[in-house]
Design a protein around this ligand. Sequence first.
Ligand code: FMN
Length: 170
Amino acid sequence: MDVFTAISQRSSVRAYKDTDVEEDKLRKILEAARLSPSASNRQEWKFVVVKNKETRKDLAQAAFGQSFIGEAPVVIVACGTESKSVMGCGQPTHTVDVSIACTFMILQAYELGLGTCWIGAFKEDAVKNILKIPKQVRVVAMTPLGYPDEPASPKDRKRLDQIVCFEKYE
Ligand SMILES: Cc1cc2nc3c(=O)[nH]c(=O)nc-3n(C[C@H](O)[C@H](O)[C@H](O)COP(=O)(O)O)c2cc1C
């Protein structure tokens, strides 16, 4: 599968089969995170892989009861380990770095036939409490990971001419 096929055909998955994710596939997805770029190549991130059923359910509760999160056999919780660094452009480094790593994982998962759903709606303190994440570490995102139990949803996107301009902002 080429990269554009993955980008254009992937969609968020909110229903999962009760089928385990093979270890070699999980490892390849985590490798995609490991190999992703980061500011100054600092790699200040940690990915918590959760398979325990009770913990997954607790994470779903921390995500305002989005129960499908706990129904996937794996949940990956993506953290920035150094949250004080700000780039020259003013953006927080960890948010950008960890988001890129999550994006790489999501595309790699799709290529392997696995579904994901970026989760940004969660109570960070609750997630940190569940996973014993240290105070200074920030939770940027999480995603369930598993075999989809629903058809892909069609893309609903703005047209290119609505979001792209040339030479100056208009
Ligand atoms: C930063 C971010 C946060 C999101 N948070 C959630 C979430 O908490 N729950 C959820 O079901 N989907 C969440 N999504 C998924 C979006 O709703 C989804 O990507 C968007 O509707 C486009 O659909 P698609 O992923 O199927 O292409 C999030 C996506 C992003 C990028």
